[in-house]
Design a protein around this ligand. Structure first.
Ligand SMILES: Cc1cc2nc3c(=O)[nH]c(=O)nc-3n(C[C@H](O)[C@H](O)[C@H](O)COP(=O)(O)O)c2cc1C
Length: 191
């Protein structure tokens, strides 16, 4: 009887372990799959302010599966344009995103998966070498709410372990007031 019980416990443990490994595998696969959309982000556009520009800004995005992060990037780009900047809104795999020379402001962002920025955004931030004095911001979109006043938590969520000097960071969920949060983010970045 005792031996039977031990066999049952061992069997349950093996099944649980297999389940956990399968779940972790599926999670890892999902994270890789969801970043595939960054491969489509090869386009860019320029937003020109009225009058002579106050400076040049680059907003780089991974659109994510739904394109939600591109909408946020476009809102940030619009706010920078309204602040007088000439803005290049560029997909993370675009030619425009690869050349960061001459920008006074650089913003980078995309969806948050498994507590971190997507792989394409992390590798972009990893190789980013902004001009001296350039103001760098990072944003992320996800389902987990974080208080945007908690800079350290937001940074860890949207920009991973970057060593860059990030001046402003923003985490947005679908429940946040996107336009208001983006405008406040741009104020923090430029201020
Ligand atoms: C596998 C997976 C992991 C996720 N992990 C997080 C997370 O750690 N934090 C978060 O805020 N949102 C997380 N989310 C939610 C996504 O960030 C959210 O769905 C976001 O809208 C993704 O954008 P997309 O659907 O356009 O790709 C996760 C979603 C998936 C599918």
């Amino acid at each position: 009887m005792k031996r039977m019980n031990m066999l049952l416990i061992a069997g349950a443990a093996v099944i649980t372990a297999i389940g956990l490994v399968a779940l972790a595998g599926l999670g890892a696969m999902a994270v890789v799959m969801f970043d595939l959309m960054s491969g489509t982000a090869t386009g860019s556009e320029t937003l020109t302010p009225a009058g002579s520009p106050a400076g040049h800004a680059l907003v780089v995005y991974n659109p994510g599966l739904t394109g939600g992060a591109k909408t946020v990037a476009a809102a940030i780009a619009g706010d920078l344009k309204d602040a007088g900047y000439s803005v290049v809104l560029a997909g993370v795999k675009s030619r425009a995103a690869a050349d960061v020379a001459g920008y006074d402001v650089i913003v980078v962002g995309g969806p948050v998966y498994a507590g971190n920025a997507s792989g394409s955004i992390r590798s972009y931030l990893g190789q980013l070498d902004p001009a001296e004095g350039a103001k760098v911001g990072a944003f992320g979109c996800g389902s987990k709410e974080i208080d945007n006043a908690d800079r350290t938590a937001v940074l860890a969520d949207v920009a991973g372990d970057t060593t860059l000097d990030i001046r402003a960071a923003l985490k947005l969920t679908q429940w946040d007031d996107r336009d208001e949060e983006c405008a406040a983010f741009v104020d923090r970045l430029l201020g």
